[in-house]
Structure formats: structure tokens, C-alpha cells
Ligand binder design. Structure first.
Ligand code: SAM
Length: 378
């Protein structure tokens, strides 16, 4: 099977055997000298002729040009533009293997930081491995409608997206006919609602409408874990809380909820419970202000921490000391990037927090991404 034509003069071509999958999703092989070679869209057991696109001291990046012997682990990707559209990386791998790699990858990331994975380790693989995404962002120009190719502004036209919900796929024809009004390239966000129905937003600025988890079924499982872990009558901080996705339904059981997010809703509707407060500002500035205005508290508050991919980063110490000052004794910390999540968890552990439980949720089948949750207490 020939995967790619070569366009470069004197390309470096080598043959390698794939032995593993790296956490970022690429197949891993080794040159005779032991140097690692990363090859996307390959499976353990493949023997592949590859084009070396980058060679540096520690590793090589390469692209498969021919699969000489296909691994018996491979399965047939259902998507006609798999490898081209810049979306999925793992449709050629059976789901069981995808889940093992995600699970093993998070455990390995913890061990590398000197943290033992807790005995209480919950796993929530996805029930729907296709047709799970509740929103997609497509690009269109004239009759083409599709996704940008990876690291490019070239549109890869599609007729369906097998990871998007069926209602989204059914909307493509309507969009193609509506979009004849555009004379230039356009962007369209297609979103399904949890209660049914599809909306389209053309050329809207980034983050219009705030953040929404892409996988409703897995999001419900995550909510259930949060509900189980928040005891009754406590005060809850939902930090990086978006529109209150993880905490709104807890208003009846806890004493008060403060949901802090730079995109928190500004308009308070009459249906918002009277003990629920949105704060549209940055988490660390809100916490610093609360800590400055209050004496150290012994309150047994609970905090959910669900930062973006980069985790708490340089705000970590200010966030952690403010939480401790404000009497938070339990933290539910959630992350979609295992490295940043592990970094934050390990920093809490070094401050004396106990890592009681971990739970992994597959929000993104057919990709190497995984949502990790740690329950920490002090
Ligand atoms: C991974 S999302 C989680 C949202 C929410 N917990 C949910 O389940 O829908 C991260 C959120 O962090 C918000 N955000 C990013 N940087 C922030 C900051 N410095 N302070 C407050 N919110 C921030 C984003 O607006 C986004 O809603």
C-alpha cells in the first residue's frame, strides 16, 4: 500500500518496524542506533518504509510512504478522509487498544513524576466510539465544505464526519445550499443541543457562546462522579466552571456555589438558584481577592478545578495557597492534557495533599486525548 508520493529532492527513506504507540498518538520505532522514530497513522507490528521529515539529536519525525507488512492489530477506518483532515489520529486502531494506550499513558506520566497511581482508579471508556461529537467547526469555499488539513488552510471536503453526531451530518446539505450566499471562504459551527435540535453559526468569533464539553454521554458520567464527590451542605467553588456544567445541578444539595470563569454568563436568569453565583473573571485574581478579604478559614470547602489544556501553569502557587487559606479541604481537579494535569497533581501532592482517587474519561475516541480527574484532600 503506497500512502504518500515524495516531492522533495533526495528524501531520506528508511524502513522501520513499529513497536509501540506514543502518548501523542504516533507509532514508535527505533533506528539501529536506538534513536526513536515517530510515524503517525501506524500500528504496533507494522513494517513501514518512511520518509524522514526531521532528524534531530534525540528523535526522528517521519511519514509513512508504504506499509510493507501491515500489523494484525489494524482495523479499517470508516472515514474516507482519515489521515487527511487533521482530526482523528487513531481510526486504524481498535478501540480496546486505544483505551489501553490512554490508560497506560496517564499511569506512565504519573510514575515519571514520582507519583504512584492511587488504588482507587476508575475507568470510563466511551460507549459510543463514533457519532459522539456535539459540535464541529467546518470551513467552506464555493461548493467545498470540510475541515482544514492538519497545519494548513487547505479545505479537505467531506460528505460525512463519522465522529460527529448524526444530526450534524444531516445538516451538511442545508449548509452547502445556504452558503451559496458567501462569495469568500467561510467558517460554520454546527452544534447540537442536549435537548435536541441543531444550530449553525456562520463566521462567529472564537469562543462565542463559551465553552461546552464535546461529548454529552461522557460529560454526564463526569457530572455523576462530581455529584458523588461533593458532600451535602458544603460551599463549592467551581473554578474554570464555564456555564456551570459540572455544578449547577448541585445547588439543591450544597450551601452555596461560586462559579468562576472568564466567559461565565453575565446575564442572571430567573431560573438560576439563589445560592448560585457566577463570577466573570480570572480564577487566580478572584481567589487572591477572596483570600485577601478573609482571615484563614477552617471550613471544609470543596473546589472543582477544570483549567484549559495548560493546567494551572505559573498561577499554581497563588491558586493553591489561596484555596488552602479559604478552607478548601477537597479538590476535584480535571485535565484534558495528561502532562499538565500530572504536573498540577504532583505539585499539590508536594504541598501535602493526598491523591485519593483517579478517574479517566474518554471524551475523544479515535484520538489520543483523554480527560483525567484527581480527587485530592488535605
Ligand atoms: C476545560 S474548560 C472547562 C469548563 C467547564 N468546567 C465545563 O465543564 O464546561 C476551561 C474553562 O476555563 C476558562 N478559562 C480559561 N482561562 C481562565 C482563567 N484564567 N480564569 C478563569 N477561567 C478561565 C475557559 O473559558 C473555559 O470555560
Amino acid at each position: 500500500m503506497v500512502l504518500k508520493d515524495l516531492s522533495e529532492a533526495n528524501p531520506e527513506i528508511i524502513t522501520v518496524q513499529i513497536s509501540d504507540i506514543a502518548r501523542g498518538g504516533k507509532g514508535v520505532a527505533r533506528e539501529e542506533n536506538g534513536r526513536v522514530v515517530f510515524v503517525p497513522f501506524t500500528a504496533p507490528g507494522d513494517v513501514v518504509r518512511v520518509w524522514v521529515t526531521e532528524r534531530n539529536k534525540r528523535y526522528l519525525d517521519a511519514q509513512a510512504i508504504e506499509i510493507i507488512k501491515a500489523s494484525s492489530l489494524r482495523c479499517t477506518p470508516p472515514c474516507p478522509v482519515f489521515t487527511k483532515c487533521g482530526g482523528c489520529q487513531w481510526q486504524h486502531l481498535p478501540y480496546q487498544l486505544q483505551w489501553e494506550k490512554k490508560n497506560g499513558g496517564v499511569k506512565h506520566a504519573l510514575e515519571r513524576m514520582g507519583i504512584s497511581p492511587p488504588e482507587d482508579w476508575e475507568e470510563h471508556p466511551a460507549d459510543n466510539q463514533y457519532h459522539y461529537r456535539n459540535r464541529v467547526q467546518l470551513r467552506g469555499f464555493k461548493e467545498d465544505l470540510g475541515f482544514f488539513a492538519a497545519r494548513s488552510h487547505t479545505i479537505i471536503p467531506i460528505s460525512v464526519c463519522p465522529i460527529a453526531k448524526e444530526e450534524i451530518n444531516l445538516a451538511f446539505d442545508k449548509i452547502r445550499s445556504e452558503a451559496t450566499k458567501f462569495t469568500e471562504a467561510y467558517k460554520v459551527e454546527i452544534t447540537t443541543s442536549e435537548i435536541g435540535g441543531v444550530t449553525y453559526l456562520y463566521n462567529s468569533p472564537h469562543a462565542t457562546g463559551g465553552f461546552r464539553q464535546v461529548n454529552d454521554e461522557q460529560n454526564n458520567k463526569l457530572r455523576q462522579l462530581v455529584f458523588k464527590e461533593v458532600p451535602p451542605n458544603v460551599e463549592l467553588f467551581d473554578l474554570f466552571g464555564g456555564n456551570g456544567n459540572l455544578s449547577l445541578a448541585l445547588a439543591d444539595t450544597v450551601s452555596a456555589i461560586h462559579c468562576v470563569d472568564v466567559f461565565a454568563p453575565t446575564e442572571v436568569t430567573s431560573s438560576l438558584p439563589s445560592n448560585y453565583f457566577f463570577h466573570r473573571c480570572s480564577v487566580h485574581s478572584w481567589l487572591l481577592k477572596q483570600a485577601a478579604e478573609n482571615e484563614p478559614l477552617k471550613k471544609h470547602r470543596v473546589a472543582i478545578l477544570d483549567p484549559p489544556r495548560i493546567g494551572l501553569g505559573e498561577t499554581f502557587n497563588r491558586v493553591a495557597s489561596s484555596l488552602e487559606h479559604l478552607g478548601v479541604t477537597k479538590i476535584i481537579t480535571i485535565g484534558c492534557d495528561p502532562d499538565s494535569w500530572v504536573k498540577d497533581v504532583s505539585r499539590f501532592v508536594r504541598r501535602g495533599w493526598i491523591f485519593r482517587k483517579a478517574a479517566l474519561f474518554d471524551f475523544f475516541p479515535q484520538t489520543p486525548h483523554v480527560e483525567s480527574v484527581a480527587i485530592l484532600s488535605i
